[in-house]
Write a protein that binds this ligand. Sequence first.
Ligand code: ADP
Ligand code: ZN
Length: 602
Amino acid sequence: MLSLLKQHWGYESFLANQEDVIASVVEKRDTLTVLSTGGGKSLCFQLPALMAPGMAVVVSPLISLMKDQVDSLSDMGIRACYLNSTMTSEEQFDAALDVREGKIKLLYLSPERLLAESTIELLAYSKVSFFVIDEAHCISHWGHDFREEYRNLRVIKETFKNIPVHAFTATATREVQRDIVGQLKLKDPGIHIGRIDRPNLTYRIYLRNNIMREIKGVLDKHKGEGGIIYCLRRKDVDSVSHDLDKMGIVNVRYHAGMSDKDRHVSQDKFSREEVDVIVATIAFGMGIDRSNIRYIIHAGMPKSLEHYQQETGRAGRDGLPAFCYMFYSGADYRLWSYFAEQSRDREVMMKKLGDMYNFASRPNCRHRTLVNYFGEELSKVPCGSCDYCLSELEMVEDALTVGQKILSCVLKVSEGRYGFGAGYVADVLKGKMDERVERLGHNEIPSFALMRDESDMFVRNMIEQLVGQGFLVKEGEYLTLAVTQKGKQLLLGEISPVLVKPLVAAKKKEITVRAARKRVEEWAEADRGLFQELREKRTELAANKGVPAYIIFSDKTLRDIAAKKPLTKAEFEGIYGVGQSKLTSYADIFIKVVKEHKGLSK
Ligand code: ADP
Ligand code: ZN
């Protein structure tokens, strides 16, 4: 197994869980594998496919994803193909012929295609070693990406009785895992749950204030690196993209309101690294395999932690450090709850939304909270890679008192016939006198001017966090504040909120400087200038071949070249991610770049 790994993939050892999964697959036992993005799932079935006689059949939901996988396998010297509706009938005929003649080790299909009569027939006459269901969470209602056509996949076990089935996914809560096993009718499956945590991602979460300024701040830290800006709505995508254009920041857009063609153009430009910034709704997702995405910006809060995990998970697939920034606001919560209210799955959705809002607004180790949500423990706390553990958040020291001040004010002002929104409550706490305050006598209550020494921003910010943590709710059309059951406990001093101070400029600067220093260290001995030259060469090769850049080499490989500066084929063979096929195709080309960089070539 190790020699195949080295020969085709150019890796020296397996990643966590890979060996166990591969062993199960080789033993012909059904499996369910949950491994986080970047965990190396593909290898878990691609390598056994090479070892087994016959052909493995991989069901994958997206055509673009199939194409990338097949291109990538072909570049490693492994015979793979796909069958789908974008091919001409001649191409389909040729592919089917290759399958019939047993030339193919891996065949990729969409679920619809697999279930077509002609395909079932083709497979019945071929030697199928095993089936793989990729993105298997799509089968479950409890998942976040339910797809009707996945439901029919139970037919596999009914039709191909003795052929093993292997399900793979990156995110699955316990319910989703149960659903996958049940729906696919897996027989005594070997279940492999990897670590959910993505230690190479750094999470930072802020209350939103001025989104364009906030986005610009992040982009300034990541010049020349690939990143995705997720917005909640199409119109937000359009306006953010437009504002970036005005700032002279090259970017492309992606959302479901655009034509297929325009979306393709955007996706291609981003995958091929012609453009580094893409502004998108969550419609942009599963099909992207670009492995060197260095940052994700959430310009709004997603509707569940599954979504957050999945979307941030697209960063740093190459295992190098990557950064996730979220800017949330209570308005996001209200937007999602509005949709949830109208849905048949109301309860499930509201529960997920509540967990998400709590995650955003309650300062805590982000890695730990995420991992706990998926039913696991985090071994290392402080994690060293979230705003909380990096001590970037300044905590409010007397959070309980602050909470009590605000909640008692809310109680007091709502004693009358109607309640008040956050703005009014903040005014009373700040001691602002106006006609309404006077008329209602709120300048006489004990809460009046109780927080006069704090800034407006501080008071509003605290109210928002108390809502997020479930001590207050905003009700009705006017979003009036009310104290919840949990809030009453807070008033009694039985539980305390955990509150963060809004970031002030000085602290922001300190964080930026510290983060920048850490990023320089990351590069260690790799030569950044050489890295850029290698990257340009890779872009050129990728364009010639018409494939995304990461299919040639990952950033991790380029960094390794930039550090080791190999000058011979033998040295090049020792580079991370260089197998036999890549050695033959690319060693000379990249060695030349190294030589030129060192001034060694003619
Ligand atoms: P997933 O599908 O789980 O998100 P991938 O299969 O795309 O992950 O793998 C993520 C990255 O890790 C890829 O660049 C892949 O080549 C690399 N990788 C996989 N297995 C190994 C290994 N044993 N050693 C080093 N890198 C690996
Ligand atoms: Zn942490």
